[in-house]
Design a protein around this ligand. Structure first.
Ligand code: ATP
Length: 298
């Protein structure tokens, strides 16, 4: 019976992911293997990561031909650095992440990792080097251990436990009736938004990629959970090239560099202090968020 249900589960999951705007891209890719229009070049070799430097060079992209979302976006993230991407809703922040994972190809310009155009390397090798902590993680109807190890079927119990510890979800699992064997997902134990995010973090730690994409949750976590998760994310971003898709400015203050997207372009770039001193878009957004915080609406 389980064999009959698993494909049905997967179909349901793919459907939900599509409906939710592909928020769990990695899981999606493993299921359908590859999006239809993206192909490996005939002579594609593996991506060779030396440090994990990422560049977007004059990238032009639209999902539909008559609506450009990115209109000549350029930026560079040095190996091991953290870049935060901010901008109004719909500015194209998540689109940048999808292009780096090569879910789509740009219509102009290029995306490189350590100097290699990502279109010229195999998709498999590209995706092996990038970890994504999505806004919302889709859990499989299986044990919490399986969900953490998902994508690393060869992971040992020790490795799974170490990843859970790194993601600070080990204490929670220890209190579950069947520990790592406890069933989660729609037919098992329901996890909170914060717990699901920790499963995603543990999964990423097991994968141990040199490049990370953190898609900050827009859904409200209580402020203590949020601060604790932020601390965990800061730790895993150390020594990795990290792109943070930021919805709250308070989490980008420590980024090495921030880019502000507006109308398909990089409108401003700099550190938090530099951007505040510019008194432009970022400074306005910051002032607005601070005011909202004081009013207690955020
Ligand atoms: P938010 O802060 O609200 O998450 P964002 O800056 O991450 O927004 P994107 O998700 O990158 O924005 O979307 C940029 C634009 O592209 C939006 O106008 C959106 O409607 C459009 N878009 C996103 N995904 C698709 C898609 N699969 N097909 C067509 N248009 C899309």
């Amino acid at each position: 019976l389980a064999q009959l249900f698993r494909p049905l589960d997967m179909l349901g999951m793919v459907y939900r992911m599509i409906r939710q705007g592909l928020i769990d891209m990695e899981a999606m890719f493993r299921l359908i293997d590859t999006p239809p229009e993206i192909r490996d070049a005939d002579d594609a070799g593996p991506l060779i990561v030396t440090g994990g430097a990422v560049t977007f060079e004059n990238v032009v992209f639209g999902y539909e031909p008559d609506r450009t979302i990115l209109n000549g976006v350029s930026f560079a993230v040095g190996a091991g650095e953290t870049l935060a991407i901010v901008g109004p809703s719909g500015a194209g922040k998540s689109t940048i992440a999808r292009l780096l994972f090569r879910f789509y190809d740009p219509q102009g310009g290029r995306v490189t990792i350590d100097g290699q155009d990502i279109k010229a390397v195999t998709q498999k090798s590209l995706r092996a080097e990038i970890g994504i902590v999505p806004q919302d993680t889709v859990l499989f109807n299986d044990s919490i251990g399986y969900n953490i190890a998902y994508g690393r079927a060869d992971a040992s119990a020790e490795e799974i436990a170490a990843a859970a510890e790194g993601a600070a979800i080990d204490g929670f699992i220890a209190l579950l009736p069947q520990g790592y064997e406890t069933e989660v997902g729609e037919r098992g134990l329901k996890l909170s938004g914060g717990e699901k995010q920790r499963v995603a973090i543990a999964r990423t730690l097991l994968k141990n990629p040199p490049i990370l994409i953190l898609d900050e949750a827009t859904s409200a976590l209580d402020s203590r959970t949020e601060a604790a998760i932020q601390a965990t994310l800061d730790r895993i971003a150390e020594r990795r090239t990290t792109l943070v898709i930021a919805h709250r400015l308070s989490t980008v203050v420590n980024a090495d560099r921030i880019i502000v997207l507006e109308k398909g372009r990089v409108a401003e770039t700099g550190t938090h202090e530099q951007l505040l001193a510019m008194r432009g878009l970022y400074a306005d957004m910051w002032a607005r968020q601070q005011a909202e915080k004081e009013e207690g609406t955020v």
